[in-house]
Design a protein around this ligand. Structure first.
Ligand SMILES: NC(=O)c1ccc[n+]([C@@H]2O[C@H](COP(=O)([O-])OP(=O)(O)OC[C@H]3O[C@@H](n4cnc5c(N)ncnc54)[C@H](OP(=O)(O)O)[C@@H]3O)[C@@H](O)[C@H]2O)c1
Length: 340
């Protein structure tokens, strides 16, 4: 796709990720030509901001796909992404799809791309490129150079994931539970939103479950971190063990990442690799919290320590904005790769 102006479509233009994609496209001055925006029937006729323009959102209609060079999918449809239903029509219409949902990430022939880590994979697409899970992206960016230079044997990660990771209804659930509590109505399980988004009350709480439990008692989100990391790093033997946890934070996922390297290296070598890792902001003497990094595009790494009991293992704290680098920014970076 080597053209000056790229005609863009966006499915899910009213959602948290869709809105962020519009912001990131405008901020990065992506060379967009025409732009078509879609969401569900509920949003038909709504207006959204794209840079200085105000654009109309239509109900999704595959008849409108022709003419688009690139279509971002950031739409949900029940438990599945809207791409399950509409991406084939988009590809048939001649567009390249960049999909934020999880439906196709592990499919053979679908590149799963983090531009700092495996940009070359993007060019092997057959019409659809998948954006990885938000927690996977930030961990892959943080471990990228360490994996390349020292090799990784094992990763043990615990996440602290923001409610916006569950979309608009996630943030609404936390807001409404906090409101209920401030009026003295903390009932534990009930919220004002109709659908149950989290399996327990999230305000004043921490929930060690994101999506359903499956094989060996790990959750779907935990298996995503395992399988997607192996696919992005092209290393099926890489041992990844994840515990994914929802916390009452609006935006910004944090992770404690423990990793064992194949080659022996001192703390100084790992520090140097982190300091020059693309997309990483590394702090030696301070640390980053979600409130401080929300709205930023980089992956923030701090609190790097050696394992006192294993000379080939380290632990670090990794924070990133789940809506930006965890979704929108990564998707737009993939689009920028295709421009090259
Ligand atoms: N949130 C994150 O941190 C994050 C990170 C990485 C990946 N993702 C993925 O990105 C996608 C979007 O997530 P989100 O957080 O932005 O969700 P969201 O805030 O709930 O937004 C969902 C969007 O999907 C639209 N939609 C719903 N049903 C649709 C349909 N049948 N056809 C077309 N559009 C439809 C909604 O339109 P209406 O406004 O009309 O309902 C809305 O625009 C999901 O696949 C999610 O897994 C999210």
């Amino acid at each position: 796709m080597i053209r000056k102006k790229v005609n863009i479509g966006l499915v899910g233009a009213t959602g948290l990720v869709g809105q962020c994609i519009l912001r990131v496209l405008a901020e990065r001055r992506f060379p967009a030509g025409n732009i078509k925006l879609w969401a569900s029937a509920r949003s038909a006729g709504k207006k959204v901001q794209y840079g200085r323009k105000v654009c109309r959102v239509n109900e999704i209609d595959p008849d409108e796909f022709p003419g688009c060079d690139l279509i971002f999918f950031a739409g949900t449809e029940g438990e599945k992404g809207a791409s399950r239903i509409f991406s084939e029509a988009a590809i048939r219409a001649g567009a390249v799809v960049i999909d934020n949902g999880s439906d196709y990430r592990m499919d053979q022939g679908v590149p799963l791309v983090v531009p700092e880590v495996n940009p070359g994979d993007a060019f092997k697409h057959k019409g659809l490129i998948a954006n990885p899970n938000c927690s996977t992206i930030q961990m892959a960016v943080a471990l990228n150079l360490i994996h390349r230079k020292l090799g990784l044997k094992r990763i043990v990660v615990s996440t602290y994931q923001a409610v916006s990771g569950a979309g608009r209804q996630g943030t609404q659930t936390l807001e409404s539970e906090i409101k209920d509590q401030s009026f003295g109505k903390a009932q534990g399980k009930k919220t004002r939103t109709k659908k149950i988004i989290f399996p327990r009350q999230i305000a004043q709480n921490v929930i060690p479950q994101i999506s359903d439990f499956s094989e060996l008692g790990f959750s779907g989100e935990e298996w995503k971190m395992v399988k997607e990391t192996q696919k992005i790093f092209h290393d099926k033997k890489l041992a990844v063990n994840a515990t994914t946890v929802r916390v009452p934070v609006d935006t910004g996922h944090s992770e404690s990442v423990y990793f064992e390297t194949r080659e022996k290296a001192g703390l100084g070598v790992v520090e140097k690799l982190l300091a020059k890792s693309p997309g990483v902001v590394f702090s030696k003497n301070s640390y980053h919290t979600p409130l401080e990094i929300a709205g930023k595009d980089e992956v923030f790494v701090s609190r790097l320590r050696p394992d006192p009991f294993d000379p080939q293992a380290f632990v670090m704290w990794v924070a990133a904005d789940n809506l930006r680098k965890g979704a929108a920014t990564n998707a737009v970076q993939i689009a920028e790769l295709l421009l090259k």
